[in-house]
Write a protein that binds this ligand. Structure first.
Ligand code: BES
Ligand code: ZN
Ligand code: ZN
Length: 502
């Protein structure tokens, strides 16, 4: 994909189609201005009043361009007084997808009056341009690698343009950064969508290793033998029912002096979650190939932050396992011992994510981290609570929670806090081990209890926040114009923005 930025008038842009973005309350002025530029080409459109400028509205007309007749898209932004970064993402994504549907691959996107937008959204020019480009780039995703003929033809040559020479530097710099971030989101989406036979824990590890060699971070892979030696009993226990052995990945990125304490990102990497002996119902089980979306978000974050050269140190920890039922699988009631020696009663083998994260959270303490974020498709209850739009967060550090929240508002990868009151702890008491992996049947609070379990391992060893992305990382339908169904890559942009501000 070729991407350019040009300071030019819309009529001088050379592309198969160009788009002009119009606020609903400024339709008349804007169309007349375009009409003058295109020497009366919009007479019929203006007369018909068919284009209103409402949010995500797109309309194609034909005008006389520089060398040949070309397509002009008018695209609606809604009311100018209500514009937000998210509305920009959606409007630009809707325009991009309209071009896709017409199989046009060389296209131009007009940038709106950035100063006017800035007057409303309270974010910088770079943030506004970022949202616009994210809308375009992120809308271009499709996972069709196992289909012979892909109907979807992504944009190939994109030019963003404005006729104002203001902000040229901000715009060009932002373009490069957004391409990096969007590619990283695609890496996470691809990992999530990849079928589990193609992405076992070992293949996952090898793939991430390959990715790292093209970027600026390193990956160490612990195999089953090493994991056993380290006494990571949660990972060994969960994976022992599968013929595909577990892996433990350590990603390292140094963007600051080695002596500076790192931030640790922990991602749940269950490459398939059948539930194990506590087996899941068949309907929808195929979606559990995406139960490694937490791990995918961590990998995506490393892809982005290492290419953006963020000035901090980051460690990624990924326990990768397959959760299967078999003669060798763990059974309900079994007791496992985590890396730090805490015993866990596995009353339900389907609550496996927290059991493998226990080892990783224990292990994170070795880095004396300045903060630890874990991200996981942890509980079905998070889908009940938040649907597919918001991730649940819980944790021990108000400052980190606030940073995540603000990053969520900006990126629209939104998070909302649930409480970890100590009263919930007794629900996770076990009679045979230090903690039980589920609460009492039928008493609710599933997402919070997941957080309570993890807190036992994060304890007060470091500032910690848990992110439950069960609802947002894997979705049955498009939650926005620029987010495809299935694996969304949720967490990548949230992490990049959070880490940028640490
Ligand atoms: N991977 C699932 C959670 C999940 C469910 C993610 C639906 C995305 C969509 C997790 O391992 C799981 O099965 N959790 C159980 C926990 C329960 C047994 C306490 C759940 O949520 O039902
Ligand atoms: Zn499960
Ligand atoms: Zn799971």
């Amino acid at each position: 994909m070729k991407i350019k930025f040009e300071v030019k008038k819309i009529k001088d842009i050379k592309a198969d189609a160009v788009s002009s973005f119009v606020f609903e309350d400024q339709v008349d002025q804007k169309l007349h201005w375009l009409n003058t530029l295109f020497k009366g080409g919009l007479d019929v459109l203006i007369e018909s009043k068919d284009f209103k400028g409402t949010a995500n509205e797109v309309f194609i007309t034909y005008v006389n361009g520089e060398s040949k007749t070309k397509r002009l898209m008018t695209a609606g932004l809604g009311n100018s007084k209500e514009i937000t970064l998210e509305k920009l993402r959606n409007a630009y994504a809707a325009a991009a997808k309209k071009f896709n549907s017409l199989k046009l691959t060389s296209v131009g996107f007009e940038l709106p009056d950035l100063t006017a937008v800035k007057g409303i959204v309270n974010y910088s020019i770079a943030d506004i341009v970022q949202a616009i480009c994210e809308g375009v780039f992120l809308s271009q995703y499709s996972f069709k690698r196992y289909i012979e003929k892909n109907e979807f033809v992504p944009l190939d040559e994109i030019v963003f343009f404005t006729d104002s020479p203001k902000y040229t530097k901000e715009i060009s710099d932002t373009l490069k950064n957004v391409k990096i971030i969007s590619d990283a989101v695609f890496v996470a989406r691809d990992l999530g969508n990849e079928p589990s036979n193609m992405l076992t824990p070992n293949k996952f590890a090898e793939h991430v290793k390959k990715l790292s060699m093209k970027a600026n971070y390193t990956v160490s892979i612990f195999d089953e033998k090493k994991i056993k030696q380290l006494n990571m009993g949660g990972i060994i226990g969960v994976s022992q029912g599968s013929d595909n052995p577990p892996r433990f990945l350590i990603l390292q990125y140094f963007g600051s002096s080695k002596s500076e304490k790192p931030v640790v990102l922990v991602g749940k990497g269950v490459t398939f979650d059948s539930g194990g002996i506590s087996i899941k119902p068949s309907v929808g089980m195929e979606n559990m190939k995406m139960d490694m979306c937490g791990a995918a978000a961590v990998v995506g974050a490393f892809e982005a932050i290492s290419r953006l050269h963020l000035k901090l140190n980051v460690i990624g920890l990924i326990p990768a396992v397959e959760n299967m039922p078999s003669g060798t699988a763990i059974k309900p009631g079994d007791v496992l011992k985590s890396y730090s020696g805490t015993t866990m009663e596995v009353a339900n083998t389907d609550a496996e994510g927290r059991v493998i994260l226990a080892d990783a959270l224990d292990y994170a303490a070795n880095y004396k981290p300045k903060a630890v974020f874990d991200i996981a498709t942890l509980t079905g209850a998070a889908v009940i609570t938040f649907g597919n739009l918001i991730a649940g967060i819980m944790g021990t550090d108000d400052n980190m929670k606030k940073k995540l929240f603000d990053a969520g508002e900006k990126t629209n990868e939104r998070v909302w806090e649930l409480p970890l009151y100590a009263d919930y702890e007794k629900l996770m008491k076990s009679e045979v081990a230090d903690i039980r992996n589920i609460g009492p049947a039928g008493r609710g609070a599933g997402t919070i209890l997941g957080g309570i379990f993890l807190k036992k391992f994060a304890s007060d060893k470091y500032p910690w926040v848990h992110i439950d992305i069960a609802g947002t990382a894997m979705v049955p339908a498009e939650p926005a114009e620029y987010i495809s169904k299935d694996a969304t890559g949720f967490g990548v942009r949230l992490f990049v923005e959070t880490l940028k501000n640490l």
